[in-house]
Design a protein around this ligand. Structure first.
Ligand code: KG4
Ligand code: ZN
Length: 341
């Protein structure tokens, strides 16, 4: 039996969870700051870290109480070490190190994106080789996993991340922050009537969303100058269609070329209904390829995902000492470890 405490604080959420053995969560708490950052139209790093300091003890107390366990019962402390916002990461890491030191617990430093990918383990095992489409506010990449906990980035965004493009388009359309979930909802109420350019339609597995984002912004500005009413739902539907088509097309191409047995989607944008539907449809047409997407509560930042990735590291004794520092930018491929299947 193992009990892991996981801490995630890389951006504007302070989250903690307790994982029993492989898949049983005794508790999961997320203290979101969305309402505060919404006032500024985006995450303000200095405010995020200050709010983390204010709420971290309460989140820890609640996580332990909900699980009905004491720190003494915990076998290891897993924490996001990067990538993310410097100040935000520091709060989570200092708490993890303090707990590890006080209670003599092993410490495990987890890569945030490895966490997003391993959120797919929430319901079922992963079959390798697998491919993961990582789409979040800071990342957009296709990751090939030939073996468990081995990461090869075969394609990535050349400019904006998908979530970032959603949020910037949301701002131009005067939608509440974060724009992603709002645009997703509006897209289902509209029709893709606006013509927008297809981003980076090439042979690579890379993405590019800044041109598309600029095209939406220009279209909105031109309409305003001409005093034309813009149909926001139709624009949302048009933007979402181009984004989703591009993500799914490149994923399907990689599935065929690398002969993977499983496709996963990860990161905040994996909550996107349009993407989930289209991915289901496209992968459903392929033979013998399993598709998994994390449950909604595991898509955006949470600590369950850090616990799931941390558990693989725990099983392989990948512990850190108290000199562990935060890494605001951190190469995913270098986090690969040798894992016995
Ligand atoms: O993974 P995440 O919680 O934080 C990062 O690691 O970046 O992702 C947050 C991003 C935001 O940009 C948010 O707008 C986007 O995920 N997002 C969505 C949806 N839900 C969250 N984007 C599109 N459709 C959604 N339903
Ligand atoms: Zn994230």
């Amino acid at each position: 039996m193992s009990l892991l405490l996981a801490i995630e604080s890389s951006c504007d959420e302070m989250a903690m969870a307790i994982l029993k053995d492989d898949r049983e969560f005794l508790s999961s708490v997320v203290a979101s700051q969305i309402d505060i950052h919404a006032l500024y139209g985006g995450v303000v790093p200095e405010i995020a870290s200050r709010k983390h300091v204010e709420c971290v003890s309460i989140v820890l107390k609640e996580t332990l109480a909900k699980a009905n366990v004491k720190m003494e019962d915990i076998d290891a402390v897993c924490v996001t070490k990067g990538p993310g916002l410097v100040g935000s990461l520091h709060v989570g890491l200092q708490v993890a190190k303090t707990l590890a030191l006080m209670y003599h617990k092993p410490l495990i430093g987890v890569h945030h994106i490895a966490g997003h990918i391993y959120a797919n383990l929430y319901e079922d095992d992963i079959i390798y080789p697998a491919l993961c489409l990582v789409v979040s506010g800071g990342h957009s990449e296709l990751v090939l996993m030939e073996r468990p906990f081995s990461f090869k980035v075969i394609g990535e965004t050349l400019d904006d991340a998908v979530g970032e493009a959603y949020d910037k388009v949301g701002r131009v359309l005067n939608l509440p922050y974060p724009g992603g979930p709002v645009i997703d909802k509006m897209a289902f109420a509209g029709h893709p009537t606006y013509h927008l350019p297809k981003p980076l339609d090439d042979d690579s597995y890379n993405f590019s969303f800044s041109g598309l984002k600029s095209a939406v912004i220009n279209l909105a500005h031109n309409c305003k100058q001409r005093n034309e009413e813009i149909n926001k739902e139709d624009l949302a539907a048009s933007f979402q269609k181009v984004v989703v088509d591009c993500l799914v097309e490149k994923t399907v191409k990689a599935v065929k070329n690398f002969g993977v047995h499983q496709v996963m989607v990860a990161g905040g944008v994996s909550a996107n209904k349009g993407l989930r539907e289209k991915m289901n449809e496209a992968i459903g047409q392929l033979h013998d390829v399993k598709l998994t997407m994390p449950p909604m509560k595991c898509c955006t930042d949470n600590a369950m995902m850090i616990a799931l990735a941390g558990k693989v590291m725990y099983d392989h004794h990948k512990f850190c000492d108290l000199s562990l520092g935060i890494k605001p930018s951190l190469d995913l491929e270098l986090e690969s470890i040798e894992v016995n299947e």
